[in-house]
Structures are given as C-alpha cells and as structure tokens.
Design a protein around this ligand. Structure first.
Ligand code: PEP
Length: 250
C-alpha cells in the first residue's frame, strides 16, 4: 500500500502565500515517488495551486465541497468546480466542519457519494471528542461515523481514504500516543474490511491530530497507520517535508 501524507492548510495562506510555499516545497519533493503527497489549500488558492502542481506529482485537495453539481446554494463549492481544477482529493467530515459548522453524518454521506461519483477521492475524517473518549465511547463513535458516511458506497471503499483524527488532538499540540492511535486504526481496518467485503485494499487509514516532525517517526511505525493528515505543521514547508521524510524512512 502506498502511504499518503496530506496537508490541510485550513483557512490559512493567501494565493500569494500559497504560491510562495509551493516555490519552496516542490523542489524538495521533486524526486519523491515512494509516497503520495497531497496539499489542500484554501478554495481561493486552488486554481493557482492547480497550475503550479501541473507538472509535479503532488496531488491537489479541497478542504470541503457540497454534493450538488450546481444550483441555489450560496457560498458552496460543487464537485464540478473542483474537477475543472483537476482536484484529486477532498477532505470530508473534518471535525471543524462537524463541530463549528454543524455538519451531520447524513450530509457527509451525500458528499461522500457525490465525491466518489465525480472521481474525487474523499478523505473521510472521523474521531471522538475528549468526553466521548473518557466515557469509553471512542470505537462506537468512529464506527457510527464511518458506517453512515459510506452508506450506499460500500463497494467503492477502494476509492476512499479515512483519517482518524481525535478531536482532542486537533490543533492542541497533544497527539494520540502511537498505541492509542493504533488501537483505533486496527478497529477501523477490521470495520472497513467487513463493510466492503474485503474490497478495501487501497483504503489508507491516516492519523491526524498534532502530527509534527518530532512525533511522526514513532506514529508511522504502527502497522495500521498508513500516513498522515497534517494541519498546523504542514503550514511550514520544511516541517511538512520532514514529516514526509519520516514516512519514507519507516
Ligand atoms: C487537521 O486539521 O486535520 C489536523 C490534524 O490539524 P493539526 O495537525 O493542527 O492538529
């Protein structure tokens, strides 16, 4: 399985700043073919980033999308708008979308179906809050999020990646320990194998939540961690490159 290291820039970097980053970053990863690399800039930077990535093997990602092709949905971005820009991946169900913008499982399911139909590879984010973890509900929460998100597209699991991102670890500087992450990743691996009847050999299970160039090498040693979704540390091209290097070394 090819591992995937992906950057979620969230609401950071203007178009100029995004291009400045890529100027520094792309030469560093020019010769890297052992892992897949993806960058998800802001929507406004997608078009310029797409041009910049045209002759590189770095994939382009969007941070969200709506599920309809077009219509009266003020402020939303359609899958057609993304495919026009050669967007390869879309991050769906991110905890910030779930918690700050009240996205529910059934909406995420519609987006997942639409992404797969349009050939945009979704990275489905799942994860428990601190309260849910303390109540021992982690695996139940993750199972419900995954089952509802992939309802109707179980046979397409091969086109989907999953990011386990405990909410308490995102942007907090407190990452899950390798053991904590591995426990959930193993559970997800078995769950998706069951859901997809084994048609999941290309589904990567990424870990996300305060990954940095210090903790990446330990986390990636775990057998069911197949890459990362990186927020804060991906904003610095050197740090993001170091994380990629740790994944390659593993
Ligand atoms: C994320 O937003 O997907 C994320 C993992 O953020 P951070 O790396 O900052 O915790």
């Amino acid at each position: 399985m090819r591992y995937l290291v992906s950057a979620n820039w969230k609401m950071n970097k203007t178009v100029a700043e995004s291009l400045e980053y890529l100027e520094i970053f792309l030469p560093k990863v020019e010769d890297i073919t052992a892992v897949d690399i993806m960058i998800a800039p802001s929507f406004t930077a997608l078009a310029s980033a797409s041009l910049k990535l045209e002759h590189s093997h770095v994939y382009l990602g969007a941070q969200n999308m709506y599920y309809m092709d077009k219509g009266a949905f003020t402020g939303e971005i359609s899958p057609l708008m993304l495919t026009e820009l050669d967007v390869d991946y879309v991050i769906l169900g991110h905890s910030e979308r779930r918690h700050l913008f009240c996205e529910k499982d059934d909406l995420i399911n519609k987006k997942m179906i639409s992404a797969v139909e349009h050939g945009i590879r979704p990275i489905l984010c799942v994860g428990e809050t601190l309260e849910e973890r303390e109540l021992g509900k982690t695996l139940n929460v993750v199972e419900k999020q995954i089952r509802t998100a992939v309802a109707g597209i179980e046979k397409d699991m091969i086109y989907i990646d999953i990011a386990y991102e405990p909410v308490w670890a995102i942007g907090t500087g407190v990452n899950a320990t390798p053991k904590q992450a591995q426990e959930v990743h193993r559970f997800i691996r078995e769950l998706i194998s069951d859901i997809s009847k084994g048609n999941d050999e290309k589904t990567r299970i990424l870990y996300g939540g305060s990954v940095n160039d210090k903790n990446a090498s330990e986390l990636i040693k775990e057998p069911d961690i197949n890459g990362f979704l990186v927020g804060t540390a991906s904003l610095d091209p050197d740090k993001f490159f170091n994380i990629i290097s740790h994944v390659i070394e593993a």
